[in-house]
Design a protein around this ligand. Structure first.
Ligand code: NDP
Length: 335
């Protein structure tokens, strides 16, 4: 039973040396427990925060213990009447081939609803985040103008498609020409910009949002936030979902805050941060809507799949650097 442990806490960028691989026997489930075989695990930006020893909305990873994150697993053996052998679950699990648990925090998933890995993406936490940010925080209405950063990622691609399904004008930013082409040609974004190569970010954001922006879904922070503030409409809403520009930076290295916050005053803008799990009703609502839209062909979902548990650390590091194209997951084993 291979496990990936946290060996040391990173300062700045995460490196492979921060992880350690161990092998142990497959654990046996005690009374009331189940044995889970990991099929897929999720690597997500918030995990970078859990590598630091600071108090946050999720406790830090412990040195010498397996990292944890979203997993989809098969119930390999069960001493718990709530979980039948051979069924599938998702929840927060160890970076390991196998683990035992009493099942708390795990929910059954239906393999016929969508590919199992989608429970870590479009029908899981990232999809819920998109819906919560747009509806719960952004109060998005049909036909408004939406801009989203990190638009081709796990959350961003769902944000854009929800907004398109609500007849909005949708624009996004991403870090490569391939990602930009995907947003426009595959997902139906009205406009998309490559923030890395555009010579003038302020001009590019303005041109991508010809009617201004009513809801800005912020995944990134830094220069793109400042450029977008300039084009916010009267009564616009800014849903602060994440600031990935800062996750690997020390305080001194962080991008300076936007210089143009004064715009929010005159244009009566609401800017609000949020954590997806504080909106359980909307999360549940999304799983129903998302599954239905997938069935009707109203949603697409792109994944980047790394092969094997041993590649999870590198997949995580690569995702933080933008090498992922779509939701980054790790395929650990077949059912
Ligand atoms: P993604 O799949 O979007 O992967 C991260 C992406 O961030 C990369 O692919 C890269 O795309 C982009 N990126 C990395 N570094 C930079 C940079 N310096 N400047 C601009 N873009 C960068 O991740 P998720 O969709 O899972 O997460 C997106 C955001 O949502 C994160 O900030 C995350 O923390 C946040 N989040 C917040 C939640 C909440 O409850 N508030 C819940 C879930 C996620 P590119 O090539 O385009 O640069």
């Amino acid at each position: 039973n291979t496990q990936i442990l946290l060996k040391s806490r990173p300062t700045g960028w995460v490196t492979p040396d921060n992880f350690e691989r161990t092998d142990a026997d497959i654990p046996a489930p005690a009374e009331g427990q189940i044995l889970l075989k990991t099929l897929y695990l999720s690597v997500d930006p918030y995990m970078r925060g859990r590598m630091n020893d600071v108090k946050s909305y999720v406790p830090p990873f412990q040195i010498g213990a397996p990292l944890q994150g979203g997993i989809v697993a098969k119930v390999e053996a069960s001493n718990n009447g709530k979980f039948a052998e051979g069924t599938y679950v998702s929840g927060m699990g160890d970076w390991a081939d196998y683990m035992v648990t009493d099942g708390s925090g795990f929910t059954p998933v239906d393999p016929d609803l969508a590919p199992l890995s989608y429970n870590l993406g479009i029908l899981g936490m990232p999809g819920m985040t998109a819906y919560v940010g747009l509806k719960g925080v952004g109060e998005l209405k049909d036909g408004e103008n939406v801009f989203v950063s990190a638009a081709s990622g796990a959350v961003g691609q769902v944000v854009g498609q929800i907004a398109k399904n609500m007849n909005c004008h949708v624009a996004g930013s991403a870090g490569s020409d391939d990602k930009v082409a995907f947003l426009k040609d595959e997902l139906g974004f009205d406009e998309a910009i490559n923030y890395k190569t555009t010579p003038n970010l302020f001009k590019a954001v303005r041109e991508a949002n010809p009617n201004g922006v009513d809801v800005y879904f912020e995944n990134v922070g830094g220069p793109i936030l400042e450029a977008t503030i300039n084009v916010l409409n009267f009564n616009a809403r800014v849903a602060l979902c994440g600031f990935i520009t800062d996750y690997n930076a020390t305080l001194e290295e962080m991008a300076p805050g936007p210089r143009n916050l004064v715009v929010l005053v005159g244009r009566s803008v609401k800017m609000q941060g949020f954590i997806v799990f504080n909106y359980p009703d909307l999360c549940k609502e999304w799983v129903g809507i998302g599954a239905q839209w997938l069935k009707e062909g109203k949603l697409k979902y792109r994944e980047s799949v790394a092969e094997g548990l041993g590649n999870a650390p590198q997949a995580f590091i690569d995702m933080l650097k933008g090498k992922n194209f779509g939701k980054q997951i790790v395929h650990v084993s077949d059912a």
